[in-house]
Structure formats: structure tokens, C-alpha cells
Ligand binder design. Structure first.
Ligand code: 6PG
Length: 471
């Protein structure tokens, strides 16, 4: 097979793939593109404008592969699951040893490990690449988490770092480790994203149901918070969404959006993997469970009839929680959620032998991705010279922040609980912190119970060894 002229190939021209391809073209790369339906290919080329000259389009898989320079790099951006395997099979006969297939979708890292093994001995590289930043990120600079062989990283590093977001001159793209490492890091990114979003939604719920504030007024607070310690993309877009009016009804748009959230799986996978690793990830768990509860619309309507609908505005009546305390509570919850996320990453790194670069993870999340924030720069600094398995809450910068903010979290959770406003993720964050700092917990009783009914044994505080009680 002869060498083509394209530096990189993108297969799958739905919005994410199309935007990645345009991003490569804009950064001076020749890009080969293809798609299952050929109609979409011509439409993509027509819409590429001045970037058209750097695009080589082919509907035929062999032609697409031929249009690439050797060693070839083919990015697959299709729906996660079986379509990825089908696409690999389509290209496999035309690829040669040294070529790399890159899955840039939100794959389950276990599938990525399997796919890597599936190509073992063929000379082909398989890369599982986490890409975050949504449509805009893909087009103008995403955060990119690469997992695969070191050889494929050597080839991909320059082009990927060129299209990635940039944080003060540093590209938000790095090598995470072999096989599933990149997709695992992306999964935990999304788990944290779920936690962040849920805690923000809970605070919004307090403004709406506790303070009785309308969306525009609440928007002003989020806009202000975005200039302070909570500065982040998610706080920014919360302010913007709350300020948006529905052109049809003239009402705040959020007020007519159904309160039933979707989820594609990454949040759930984060929690499942945390459980498998034995790492507490209660804030993410609460966030995933809250989405599941939100989708049970009919049941919730029935329950509101049975138990009575939430009507409380006691928080504002008692003037018991200030806006400043809500801000501090959100910050404290955020610290707990990120501490959990990074603890899961560290445990997975050990379990799978990945040696995940935790500081680089924090660094490449500072820009481009959905959870991007000033806060991640502080996490990156906290890893400077620190033991990597130390809980982030023990890093001096976060210890200080928590000392200042945890009483606000307690006050907010306490008042919300009394008012009947659900705050599952914030409550989980508070419980995590309280459990973490509790000198003597209550697992002694669990051990006594286990020994009582199952002779499982326990250790004593005053003597080494394994003991049984005289039950
Ligand atoms: C990102 C996003 C992206 C996508 C999520 C949404 O980092 O760019 O996380 O991956 O928006 O998959 O996930 P849910 O549909 O599960 O909310």
C-alpha cells in the first residue's frame, strides 16, 4: 500500500468527530475523514469552509486508510460499545503493523483493556483516549487523556497536544498510562462532573425552594460566585442557564425543563469501579442516585400526593443560612468530591499497575474539560512533593479551606434537612468529612455483630491478634 498525504484520520463525523477533524485541520494537519453514511461526508466537506483544503474525504474504508501517512493513526469517534468493535473490524484488514487505532469515545475502560488485548500480536496499537470539553472543546481545544502504548504516545503526542486546550502555555493533553488508563481517567472526570453538577443543583434547590428566589435572581449569585473561589466552567454555565428566557413562554427556561436527568453511564461506572476498589466515593454515588431518582417521574408524583409536596420556605423565613454560607458549603462539598475522585484514581492506578500521573491529571483538567476550574490548579500544586496516596483533604491548602468552610456545609445541610429540601450529595460530602476526621468510629460494633453471627473475628485495641467474643 502506498503512503497517503493525511497526518491523521477521523472516522465518525457526528458533531464530536467532525469538530475534532476541523480542529486538526485548523492546526495545520492534513486530516483524512470518513463516516458510515457517505451523505454526511459530503455535507461535512461542504461545511468545512476554508479548512476544506486540509481535508481528504473518502467513503470507502480502504481508500480512507490509504489516504494516511505511515505509521497511520485512525481516530474512531463513534457511539461507545459494539459500534467501536465493528469499526475496528472494518479497518483492520487495511492497517499494518505500527499503525494505531484510537477510540476517542466515552468507552468503559474494561472494554478498552479487552480491545487492546484483542490487537495483541498484530503489531497494531490501540489507544483509549478520553476527550472532554463537549462540542466546543472538540472544535477549539479539549482536554485529552491518552491511554495506550508508549510508542503510540510518541507518535500522537505532538498532534494531540496541538489541538488540546492550553492552560497558561501548557497543553491539556498527557499520557495517562497503558491500555485502559486514559478512559479510566475520563470516567472519573465524569464521576466528578456528576458530583459537581449535583451539588450545584442542590444549592439551586435551596435558592428556589428554601429562599423562594426566581431563576434570574439566582443567576446573579452564580455569576458573582464565578468571580471568586468557585470560579469554574460549571458555575459559569449555571449562571448563564438560569438567566436564559424561554422564547416560547417568556418564562425562565429552567422552569419549564422537565426535572428528569439523563445519564449515559460514565457516572455509574465511576461508582462501580470505586466500589470494586473499596474506595469511598459517596458524593459521586449520591449524584448518580439522584439522577436515577429524577428519572422516576411518575413515582415521585405519586409520592408527593402520599407524603405531601415540599412547600417549605423555612430557610429564608428563619434567615438561618446566608448566601456566603451557601458558597462556602459548595466549596467544602467540592473538596470532598475531588478528594474522593483522586482517591479512586490512586487506588485504580495501584490495582491495574498504571502509575497514573495524578498531578498531570489535575493539570490537564485545568482547561478544556467540563470540570475545568481555578480549583484544579490548586489540586495540581497540592501534588507537588506530596505523597500521592495522601487524601487531598490533608493537603495544607485544602485543610485550610475546609477549616473555614465545613461549618457552613454543616449549617446548609442541617437547615436543608429540616426544611425537607433534599441535599444528598452535600450530605454525603459532609458525612465523608466527619467520618474521615472521627478518631474512633463505630465499626467496632460492626465487628462485634459479624463475630456474633458468623465468628468472623475481630482485633482488639489493647493486644495484637485475632479474637472471638464470648457471645
Ligand atoms: C465531557 C462530558 C461528555 C458528555 C458526558 C455527559 O467531558 O465532555 O462529560 O463526556 O457530556 O458524557 O454524560 P451524561 O450523558 O452521562 O450526563
Amino acid at each position: 500500500m502506498t503512503d497517503g498525504s493525511a497526518d491523521i484520520g477521523v472516522y465518525g463525523l457526528a458533531v464530536m468527530g467532525a469538530n475534532l477533524a476541523l480542529n486538526f485541520a485548523e492546526k495545520q494537519h492534513m486530516v483524512a475523514v470518513s463516516n458510515r453514511s457517505s451523505g454526511r461526508i459530503s455535507q461535512f466537506v461542504d461545511e468545512a469552509g476554508s479548512l476544506k483544503d486540509r481535508i481528504v474525504a473518502s467513503a470507502d474504508p480502504e481508500q480512507f486508510v490509504r489516504s494516511l501517512k505511515r505509521p497511520r493513526s485512525v481516530i474512531i469517534m463513534v457511539q461507545a460499545g459494539t459500534p467501536v468493535d465493528q469499526t475496528i473490524e472494518v479497518f483492520r484488514p487495511f492497517l499494518e503493523p505500527g499503525d494505531t487505532v484510537i477510540d476517542a469515545g466515552n468507552a468503559n475502560f474494561l472494554d478498552t483493556v479487552q480491545r487492546t488485548q484483542g490487537l495483541d500480536g498484530t503489531g497494531l496499537h490501540f489507544v483509549g483516549m478520553g476527550v472532554s470539553g463537549g462540542e466546543e472543546g472538540a472544535r477549539h481545544g479539549p482536554s485529552i487523556m491518552v491511554g495506550g502504548s508508549k510508542e503510540s504516545w510518541r507518535i500522537l503526542k505532538a498532534p494531540l497536544q496541538k489541538i488540546a486546550a492550553d492552560y497558561k502555555g501548557e497543553p491539556c493533553c498527557d499520557y495517562m498510562g497503558p491500555d485502559g488508563a486514559g478512559h479510566f481517567v475520563k470516567t472519573i472526570h465524569n464521576g466528578i462532573e456528576y458530583a459537581d453538577m449535583q451539588m450545584i443543583a442542590e444549592i439551586y434547590g435551596i435558592f428556589r425552594d428554601g429562599f423562594g428566589w426566581d431563576a434570574p435572581r439566582t443567576s446573579d449569585v452564580f455569576e458573582k460566585w464565578n468571580e471568586g473561589r468557585l470560579n469554574s466552567y460549571l458555575i459559569e454555565i449555571t449562571g448563564k442557564t438560569l438567566a436564559t428566557t424561554d422564547p416560547k413562554s417568556g418564562m425562565p427556561l429552567v422552569d419549564i425543563i422537565l426535572d428528569s436527568a439523563g445519564q449515559k453511564g460514565t457516572g455509574r461506572w465511576s461508582v462501580i469501579e470505586a466500589q470494586k476498589l473499596g474506595v469511598p466515593a459517596s458524593v459521586m454515588e449520591a449524584a448518580v442516585a439522584a439522577r436515577s431518582m429524577s428519572s422516576r417521574l411518575e413515582e415521585r408524583v405519586t409520592a408527593s400526593g402520599v407524603f405531601g409536596r415540599l412547600t417549605s420556605s423555612s430557610i429564608v423565613e428563619a434567615e438561618s443560612v446566608s448566601v456566603g454560607e451557601l458558597e462556602a458549603a459548595l466549596l467544602a462539598g467540592k473538596i470532598a468530591a475531588y478528594a474522593q475522585g483522586f482517591a479512586v484514581l490512586e487506588a485504580a492506578s495501584q490495582e491495574h499497575g498504571w502509575n497514573l500521573p495524578l498531578q498531570s491529571v489535575a493539570k490537564i483538567w485545568r482547561a478544556g474539560c467540563i470540570i475545568r476550574s481555578a480549583f484544579l490548579d490548586e489540586i495540581a500544586s497540592a501534588f507537588d512533593g506530596a505523597e500521592r496516596d495522601r487524601n487531598l483533604m490533608l493537603a495544607p491548602v485544602f485543610t485550610d479551606m475546609l477549616r473555614d468552610s465545613h461549618q457552613s456545609l454543616r449549617k446548609v445541610v442541617g437547615n436543608a434537612v429540616f426544611a425537607g429540601i433534599p441535599v444528598p450529595a452535600l450530605s454525603a460530602a459532609l458525612a465523608y468529612l466527619d467520618d474521615f476526621r472521627r478518631y474512633r468510629g463505630t465499626a467496632n460494633l460492626i465487628q462485634a455483630q459479624r463475630d456474633f453471627f458468623g465468628a468472623h473475628g475481630f482485633r482488639r485495641t489493647d493486644e495484637a491478634g485475632d479474637f472471638h467474643g464470648p457471645w
